[in-house]
Design a binder for this molecule. Structure first.
Ligand SMILES: [Zn+2]
Length: 283
């Protein structure tokens, strides 16, 4: 009694895959499908369409002793996974690779952020700009703008004189209250009026902290006259950050908020890929 394997095929008895084996018994050949130790009889070789059985025909193997052919792990080395499992293995490895790449990117980005963050925070400057117009009804009002900042003044239908004076020249409670612009009656700055100069319709100046620009529209040229002010303030961030610890904490929190979800996703991908791969290798 001898047997030879024709290759892998689908068993018509149970529907499972197995080795299609032809056994020589008593001068006749019979077809079996072998699943490990289980043999399913299909029929005599002359009445079975072997080609239909063979899912992936392989070259017929040389004759083997029946005992050897029936060892559980036989011809192909092991029970190979189904095509689905092979795909699962590939997908699993892909997921692991994707997760690892994502984790690497998140880590590199975090390092970059850590490196860049202090520079970004130090370089921030806040620019606030305010603009407004005042309709002129006479020449008995002086307009004061307190520094620091870039002030531009333009007049329509009027000319004005200017004076840049220390804010302390003004008896100005409004300045101490943090107000940057105020109309003042001419009488209040009577002592300064000789020092005003020019006959401008447009003027701009850079004011230092503690300085004020006084604008006196001294001549109205039209029935409707107005003067416009704009004040741009650039405030570099305080040189020593007032609370370095809390800023560091903010940066760390921001980095964590960005990075942590990505690391979590990466870990999930790696875990899912690993499980998929492990499952694909299981029998
Ligand atoms: Zn079977």
């Amino acid at each position: 009694m001898s047997a030879r394997s024709l290759g892998r095929g689908r068993c018509p008895r149970c529907g499972e895959e197995g080795s299609v084996v032809v056994k020589w018994v008593g001068g006749k050949e019979y077809v079996y499908v072998k699943h490990g130790r289980t043999w399913h009889y299909v029929g005599p070789l002359d009445r079975v369409d072997v080609n239909e059985l063979l899912a992936k025909p392989t070259t017929a193997l040389p004759l083997r002793a029946a005992g050897e052919a029936s060892t559980p792990s036989g011809i192909m080395g092991s029970k190979p996974g189904s095509p689905g499992k092979a795909a699962a293995a590939v997908l699993g490895l892909l997921l692991v690779a994707l997760g690892a790449a994502l984790a690497a990117i998140a880590v590199v980005e975090t390092l970059l952020l850590l490196y860049l963050a202090p520079a970004q925070i130090g370089g921030v400057s806040i620019v606030a700009e305010a603009g407004f117009s005042v309709t002129l009804n006479g020449t008995d009002t002086v307009y004061a703008v307190a520094g620091p900042g870039e002030v531009s003044v333009t007049a329509q239908g009027a000319v004005f004189k200017v004076l840049i004076a220390p804010a302390s020249y003004l008896n100005a409670t409004w300045l101490r209250a943090g107000v940057r612009f105020a109309p003042i009656a001419v009488e209040e700055v009577q002592h300064l009026l000789d020092m005003f100069h020019g006959e401008y319709t447009s003027y701009s100046a850079r004011l230092e902290p503690g300085q004020a620009l006084l604008v006196w529209p001294c001549k109205l040229l039209a029935s409707t006259a107005e003067v416009s002010f704009s004040l741009a303030v650039a405030q570099p961030s305080p040189q020593p950050p007032p609370q370095p610890v809390s800023i560091a904490q903010l940066v760390a929190a921001a980095i964590l908020a960005r990075t942590l979800p990505r690391l979590l996703i990466a870990a999930l991908l790696i875990a899912a890929g690993y499980l998929l791969y492990k499952w694909s290798k299981s029998s």
